[in-house]
Write a protein that binds this ligand. Sequence first.
Ligand code: ZN
Ligand code: ZN
Length: 227
Amino acid sequence: MDALIASIPGVRGAQAYLYEGSGGLAVIDPGYTGSFRAVLRFLAEHGRAAQELRWVILTHHHVDHGGTALALCQATGARLALHADDAPYLVPGRPRERMTGWGLIDVIPAGLAQYLMTCAACETTRLYEGDTIAGLRVIHAPGHTPGSICLFAPEESALFLGDVLNNQRGLARPPWTVNYNHRRAQRAPLRLSGLTFERAYFGHGSPLLHDASGLIAGYLGARLHLQ
Ligand SMILES: [Zn+2]
Ligand SMILES: [Zn+2]
């Protein structure tokens, strides 16, 4: 089967992607609360049954990437996966830090909180550096959040970067105001050194479709080794 990467339109928050490699059908970062409907619509439009979705994978826990994750899992039977270091943010008692997007849940009425915190009761598959999930290799690049990851698709020569870098007005690292640890977030893209990939897909901004690793290396001012 040919591998497939598609941006999912109509998702609010971060950009959501459908990926299908040798490991089955996966959605990466389904978006803000309520966006699961846009994902289901997209699957239907492409002639795919909702039950074909095997994985919902989060590049990190922020609500604009994962707010709708549990709703999508419940609607499809897919499993939710994210890095082990971000998993604690999706359950009650999560760390209280700025920009988690979930801290709000503790101060609003329970009925509303249930609607917002859609991952509260979700059992997650915890990912670690070097794991392969749905044909994607996990690259742990902490800083923006403790469990921020990139996902490498060797079959497609493609990399999903989440918020490790964005491409909204050219390549950029996330600003300190949204980072768990800004110093580490600044260094996180260096984790990509040595990786060669043609295409890059960001949580925010347009994809790079040619020589993406070269362009990113140029941005970082570092020379990447050819594989
Ligand atoms: Zn984001
Ligand atoms: Zn983020």
